[in-house]
Write a protein that binds this ligand. Structure first.
Ligand code: SAH
Length: 240
């Protein structure tokens, strides 16, 4: 895994100082790709002042309307959160996160996703992630400033890269599916289940979220997505 394949995604950030401080933290740790999703503040003097010279990170930032667009080419998406959720999620500490990232080969694109200052990540955003990383903190006061959280996560990545061992991932023609491919499949599944009357029209999301967890737990490959979509297409034909 190369540092340039790792991007930091900040969703709905409302304070420009946090974007600047995040840029500084990233640059200190050799991570250069910053994606802003639906930023709620202008990136101007305040952000640049807090970046303290890490201007290149801000100059080269990307901006996207939603998380899907920011991670479309990524095949490992890691959410960061201080909160534990009711649905079971594979949860890593920062050290384990760095280890799992560096076990991937350098054809992979990895996104580390950070939430809004006041409300963190929405459940829909979390649903798009494979893993969750939680920085251990005082249980009575667990939420870090978003730029501080980015600092800790980037530090663990930087530190791990100096370590000797790397597990090469077997890579054949069967590459891991990208987020856009998985989302395409899940949409196809939703349409099919809707078409055959399986989904409760009042609460389609309940079952869709559970199904989604099965797929996100397994890191599907492209050919598996191909098979799964083939099944749905056959069902679709039968249904007319
Ligand atoms: N009240 C919000 C706090 C958001 S803090 C909530 O409960 O979700 C802003 C962002 O910083 C979070 O979305 C997360 O990306 C990151 N963050 C804060 N504390 C963290 C922690 N202990 N571990 C991992 N990420 C954390």
């Amino acid at each position: 895994m190369k540092l340039e394949n790792i991007r930091i995604v900040m969703i709905g950030t409302s304070h420009p100082g946090n974007v600047g401080a995040a840029a500084r933290a990233m640059h200190n740790m050799g991570i250069s790709r910053l994606s802003l999703v639906d930023p709620q503040c202008p990136i101007g003097d305040v952000a640049y002042a807090r970046a303290s010279g890490a201007n290149v990170i801000l100059d080269n930032r990307e901006t996207h309307a939603d998380l899907g667009a920011a991670i479309a080419d990524c095949s490992r998406i890691i959410a960061t959160t201080a909160r534990r959720r009711s649905l079971p999620w594979p949860e890593l500490d920062p050290r384990e996160m760095a280890e799992s990232v560096f076990a991937l080969d350098d054809k992979r694109q990895v996104a580390l996703v950070f939430g809004r200052e006041h409300s963190g990540l929405s459940n829909d955003e979390l649903q798009m992630c494979h893993q969750m990383v939680c920085i251990p903190t005082n249980p009575g006061f667990s939420s870090l400033n978003v730029a501080s959280a980015i600092q800790v996560i980037c530090y663990e990545i930087f530190r791990y890269q100096a370590e000797p061992y790397q597990l090469p991932e077997p890579e054949g023609p069967d590459l891991p599916a990208s987020s856009a491919e998985v989302e395409g499949y899940i949409e196809h599944l939703r349409e099919t289940l809707d078409g055959c009357g399986f989904l409760n029209p009042q609460q389609p999301e309940m079952i869709m979220q559970r199904l989604r967890r099965i797929y996100m737990r397994n890191e599907l490959t492209r050919s598996e997505i191909h098979i799964l979509r083939g099944i749905l297409s056959s069902v679709g034909k039968q249904l007319g």
